[in-house]
Design a protein around this ligand. Structure first.
Ligand code: ASP
Length: 360
């Protein structure tokens, strides 16, 4: 080695020693970690109770930093930044917060230095926010929602491992292109199919009709299913210039339902009504007539079902063609409401809206 070379190598080592940021990537392995932004919205995962065995607690009491501090090893799998979008129990989730969240995700995912997003969220309405994001996020990069059934202070709190697994999915290149995902209790769900099934059990989320997208365990993932519906980059819905969503109500059908609930919804300005019908999206005669009245006033009526699984078929028990109704296909009432609200952002015929329910 010549003197000149020896001098230059010495100089390079000095520069690296003085300023580790300028070192080649290999000299600092943490530089190679993928980058994930955690967007916190509140929920039980950020909840706290005075004791570890108390059932009552306050949602959204814990900050992102405190949540991360409870998850050993999480910083070994990703470079993580956190932002607080809201701090609510998800019973108080609104379209306004969903729009803020979706717009922020679209900005972050357009940046080269962000590889994936994790959204911490209450479990009560997580399926609605997941499905909304599934339709309006414009990126193939992973977006993963996560929550917990037990507050951070509980015995056997489930939040820390759920959060670790969610970050593990968000950094996995195999998670790309499967739409928005939900990670809870080692299971990876697609936004279209999952639903909350237990008020208290840790294993609350199920994807009854279509099954899981995959499973995860301590950051190791196995994907075995790709949801067939359009989503994210394949979706036509664009909320870029939208600051307000149209009112869409859900009305629950029961034996001897009072039809004036449908009239009240129309009178109060609903642009769409989702019927959480009995069986195959059905309702009593008086309510069918009220729903027809609503349609004649320009309200779009979608028939979904209060039954936990199965699809609502067009013209099966109700003549949708004659009454100008839409059948929700596989979407449960709360997700049918999200799709209908997005559909109503621009003028569309009933048959166009029906088609949306088959492809999203
Ligand atoms: N009420 C809570 C929420 O949805 C429940 C939970 O997170 O599990 O925010």
């Amino acid at each position: 080695m010549t003197r000149k070379w020896r001098f230059e190598i010495l100089l390079l080592l000095l520069v690296i020693f003085e300023n580790p940021d300028r070192a080649p990537a290999q000299a600092n392995p943490s530089k190679k970690l993928p980058s994930v932004v955690i967007l916190a919205t509140g929920g039980t995962i950020a909840g706290a109770a005075p004791t570890g065995t108390q059932a009552s607690y306050t949602s959204g009491a814990v900050t992102i930093d405190a949540m991360l501090a409870a998850v050993p090893g999480i910083k070994d799998i990703a470079n993580i930044k956190g932002e607080q979008i809201s701090n609510v129990g998800s019973q108080d989730m609104t379209f306004e917060i969903m729009l803020t969240l979706a717009k922020r995700i679209n900005v972050l995912l357009s940046q080269n230095d962000v590889d994936g997003i994790v959204v911490t969220h209450g479990t009560d309405t997580m399926e609605e926010t997941a499905f909304f994001l599934n339709l309006v996020v414009k990126s193939e990069k992973p977006v993963v929602l996560v929550g917990s059934m037990r507050p951070s202070t509980a015995l056997s709190a489930d939040g820390p491992l759920n959060l670790f697994n969610a970050v593990g999915v968000a950094v996995d290149p195999n998670a790309k292109g499967r739409g928005v995902l939900v990670v809870m209790n080692d299971w990876i769900h697609g936004a279209h199919s999952l639903t909350k099934t237990s008020t208290t059990a840790v294993q609350t989320f199920m994807s009854p009709l279509r099954g899981l997208v995959g499973i995860c365990n301590y950051g190791k993932n196995d994907f075995f299913n790709t949801p067939p519906w359009k989503h994210t980059t394949g979706s036509e819905f664009d909320i870029a210039g939208i600051s307000r969503m149209p009112r869409v109500d859900i009305l629950y059908v029961y034996a001897d339902m009072s039809p004036d609930l449908i009239d009240a919804s129309t009178a109060n300005g609903a642009k769409g009504i989702v019927i959480a019908g009995v069986g195959n999206g059905n309702m009593n005669k008086a309510s069918l007539e009220a729903a027809e009245r609503a349609v004649k006033k320009g309200v779009v009526v979608v028939r979904s079902s209060r039954v936990a699984t199965g699809s609502v078929g067009r013209n099966v028990e109700v003549n949708d063609d004659e009454m100008n109704f839409v059948a929700s296909d596989e979407l449960n009432p709360q997700k049918a409401r999200i799709l209908l609200a997005l559909a109503l952002l621009k003028p569309r015929s009933t048959s166009e809206i029906q088609n949306l329910f088959y492809i999203y």
